[in-house]
Design a protein around this ligand. Structure first.
Ligand code: ADP
Ligand code: ADP
Ligand code: ZN
Length: 209
């Protein structure tokens, strides 16, 4: 049997809603969610020859390519259809990705910087199941408690205003060229991500139909 499930790359700045829309894509198309951010957070204190991921992540810097490339190669090897989120973040990662897989769709969620700041500083996450919430825009049924598993929600170490600003600068410098890279190949599907979560999901669905 051939593979029918799509291989989707979701690009966008920190806070654009990649994790939120990935959840929708995973349910709609029965995909694996491959996300370097979650994988790194689960291994934040792992010793590598470059130090631990934490040293980079808490400062808002990129974790060195060899570490993230290895994570992605292992995850994609086991995946049939997937949504890839948080990778590639620079051109050398994009070139590496070209060598190990073929993408069916490249989606780019574009969101204004001011809105990104509001989204990131108000983000809350479930440390147990990874579900994402927002204190204003995406509240759980009971304040501070995960709808899915009942755990207490937390704020990510890097969702403070200083680190958020650094991450957005790192994005402009390193990851915007990746967006250009796919745009030049004529593969980029641009989506206005400033809309509500449901509005953005409707746009994504209509572009994939
Ligand atoms: P990313 O994975 O791109 O960093 P997330 O999906 O974690 O982004 O979303 C960042 C924050 O913004 C979260 O708190 C999330 O609940 C909220 N959010 C996601 N999409 C929207 C949206 N369309 N409008 C308002 N808030 C959103
Ligand atoms: P967001 O989507 O909100 O920026 P992520 O969870 O994707 O956050 O990433 C959190 C941090 O993990 C990044 O700031 C960076 O330090 C590290 N990271 C995640 N993906 C990569 C990657 N592809 N290359 C290098 N570092 C990464
Ligand atoms: Zn949970």
């Amino acid at each position: 049997m051939g593979t029918e499930r799509p291989r989707i790359l979701l690009l966008g700045p920190p806070g654009a809603g990649k994790g939120t829309q990935s959840e929708n894509l995973v349910s709609a198309f029965d995909l694996d969610h491959v996300t370097t951010g979650d994988a790194l957070r689960a291994n934040k204190d792992m010793e590598t020859e470059y130090g631990t991921p934490r040293e980079y992540m808490d400062a808002g810097e990129l974790v060195p390519d060899p570490v993230v490339n290895e994570i992605v190669a292992a995850a994609l090897e086991d995946a049939d259809g997937y949504v890839l989120d948080g990778y590639p973040r620079n051109l050398s990662q994009a070139e590496y990705l070209d060598e190990i897989t073929t993408l069916d769709h490249v989606l780019f969620l574009d969101v204004d910087r001011e809105e990104l700041l509001r989204r990131l500083t108000g983000r809350r996450v479930c440390p147990e199941c990874g579900k994402t919430y927002h204190v204003e825009f995406n509240q759980p049924e009971t304040e501070g408690v995960c709808d899915a598993c009942g755990s207490e929600l937390t704020q990510r170490d890097d969702d403070t205003e200083d680190v958020v600003n650094e991450r957005l600068d790192v994005y402009d410098e390193n990851t915007l060229p990746v967006v250009e890279y796919y745009r030049d190949q004529g593969e980029l599907i641009e989506i206005d991500g400033n809309d509500s979560p449901d509005g953005v999901w409707e746009t994504i669905q209509s572009t994939l139909e």
